[in-house]
Design a protein around this ligand. Structure first.
Ligand code: SF4
Ligand code: F3S
Length: 106
Protein backbone atom coordinates (compact mmCIF):
# COMPACT_ATOMS: atom_id res chain seq x y z
CA UNK A 1 0.00 0.00 0.00
CA UNK A 2 0.94 3.65 -0.24
CA UNK A 3 1.67 5.54 2.98
CA UNK A 4 1.28 9.19 4.01
CA UNK A 5 4.34 10.30 5.98
CA UNK A 6 5.72 13.05 8.21
CA UNK A 7 5.73 16.00 5.84
CA UNK A 8 1.94 15.95 5.44
CA UNK A 9 1.54 17.01 9.07
CA UNK A 10 0.39 20.67 9.36
CA UNK A 11 0.23 20.93 5.53
CA UNK A 12 -2.65 18.67 4.40
CA UNK A 13 -2.75 19.97 0.85
CA UNK A 14 -5.33 17.25 -0.11
CA UNK A 15 -4.32 17.12 -3.80
CA UNK A 16 -3.86 13.40 -3.18
CA UNK A 17 -7.51 12.66 -2.45
CA UNK A 18 -8.74 14.15 -5.70
CA UNK A 19 -7.02 11.46 -7.78
CA UNK A 20 -7.57 8.32 -5.69
CA UNK A 21 -9.86 5.97 -7.65
CA UNK A 22 -10.90 3.99 -4.57
CA UNK A 23 -11.34 6.79 -1.98
CA UNK A 24 -8.67 5.38 0.34
CA UNK A 25 -7.90 8.62 2.21
CA UNK A 26 -9.06 9.48 5.74
CA UNK A 27 -8.78 12.89 7.38
CA UNK A 28 -7.57 14.00 10.78
CA UNK A 29 -7.18 17.56 12.10
CA UNK A 30 -3.75 18.17 10.52
CA UNK A 31 -2.83 14.97 8.63
CA UNK A 32 -4.29 12.47 6.18
CA UNK A 33 -3.79 8.72 6.09
CA UNK A 34 -4.38 5.94 3.57
CA UNK A 35 -6.27 2.76 4.46
CA UNK A 36 -3.82 0.04 3.36
CA UNK A 37 -6.64 -2.43 2.79
CA UNK A 38 -8.51 -0.11 0.41
CA UNK A 39 -5.41 1.15 -1.46
CA UNK A 40 -4.89 -0.69 -4.77
CA UNK A 41 -1.30 0.54 -5.26
CA UNK A 42 -2.14 2.53 -8.37
CA UNK A 43 0.45 5.19 -7.53
CA UNK A 44 -1.62 8.11 -8.80
CA UNK A 45 -1.48 10.03 -5.51
CA UNK A 46 2.30 10.05 -5.12
CA UNK A 47 3.20 12.72 -7.71
CA UNK A 48 0.23 14.90 -6.70
CA UNK A 49 1.51 15.72 -3.21
CA UNK A 50 3.19 19.17 -3.07
CA UNK A 51 4.94 18.03 0.12
CA UNK A 52 6.28 14.77 -1.35
CA UNK A 53 4.78 13.03 1.67
CA UNK A 54 3.48 9.87 -0.05
CA UNK A 55 5.58 6.74 -0.58
CA UNK A 56 4.88 3.12 -1.44
CA UNK A 57 5.47 0.98 1.63
CA UNK A 58 8.27 -0.96 -0.06
CA UNK A 59 10.09 2.29 -0.89
CA UNK A 60 9.57 4.01 2.45
CA UNK A 61 12.59 5.86 3.88
CA UNK A 62 13.63 4.00 7.06
CA UNK A 63 12.82 6.88 9.41
CA UNK A 64 9.23 6.90 8.11
CA UNK A 65 8.40 3.31 9.11
CA UNK A 66 6.23 4.36 12.11
CA UNK A 67 3.82 5.81 9.57
CA UNK A 68 2.88 2.35 8.26
CA UNK A 69 1.15 1.59 11.56
CA UNK A 70 -0.21 5.12 11.90
CA UNK A 71 -1.90 4.96 8.47
CA UNK A 72 -3.43 1.57 9.27
CA UNK A 73 -4.64 2.65 12.73
CA UNK A 74 -5.91 6.16 12.06
CA UNK A 75 -7.72 5.20 8.83
CA UNK A 76 -9.99 3.08 11.04
CA UNK A 77 -11.06 6.03 13.21
CA UNK A 78 -10.92 9.14 11.01
CA UNK A 79 -13.63 10.08 8.42
CA UNK A 80 -13.20 9.44 4.71
CA UNK A 81 -12.18 12.39 2.53
CA UNK A 82 -12.81 12.27 -1.22
CA UNK A 83 -12.62 15.87 -2.40
CA UNK A 84 -9.94 18.51 -2.62
CA UNK A 85 -10.16 21.27 -0.02
CA UNK A 86 -8.00 24.21 0.99
CA UNK A 87 -4.72 23.32 2.69
CA UNK A 88 -4.08 24.33 6.29
CA UNK A 89 -3.47 28.07 6.60
CA UNK A 90 0.29 27.91 7.20
CA UNK A 91 0.92 24.81 5.07
CA UNK A 92 3.69 26.41 3.04
CA UNK A 93 5.60 27.34 6.20
CA UNK A 94 5.44 23.76 7.50
CA UNK A 95 6.25 22.08 4.18
CA UNK A 96 9.78 20.71 4.58
CA UNK A 97 10.05 21.02 8.36
CA UNK A 98 11.46 17.70 9.61
CA UNK A 99 10.13 15.42 12.35
CA UNK A 100 6.59 16.72 12.84
CA UNK A 101 5.22 13.57 14.47
CA UNK A 102 4.96 15.30 17.87
CA UNK A 103 2.65 17.85 16.21
CA UNK A 104 0.18 15.22 14.97
CA UNK A 105 -3.33 15.92 16.25
CA UNK A 106 -5.77 13.06 16.69
FE1 SF4 B 1 -5.41 5.77 -3.80
FE2 SF4 B 1 -3.78 4.82 -5.68
FE3 SF4 B 1 -2.82 6.43 -3.77
FE4 SF4 B 1 -3.56 3.94 -3.16
S1 SF4 B 1 -1.87 4.53 -4.51
S2 SF4 B 1 -4.09 5.80 -2.00
S3 SF4 B 1 -5.31 3.64 -4.54
S4 SF4 B 1 -4.31 6.99 -5.36
FE1 F3S C 1 -0.89 15.42 2.77
FE2 F3S C 1 0.28 15.61 0.48
FE3 F3S C 1 -2.15 14.69 0.56
S1 F3S C 1 0.42 17.05 2.14
S2 F3S C 1 -3.02 15.76 2.29
S3 F3S C 1 -0.36 13.74 1.46
S4 F3S C 1 -1.35 16.08 -0.97
Amino acid sequence: AFVVTDNCIRCKYTDCVAVCPVDAFFEGPNFLVIDPVICIDCGLCLPECPADAIFQDIELPPEQTPYITLNAELSQVWPNITQLKAPLADADEWNGVADKLHLLER
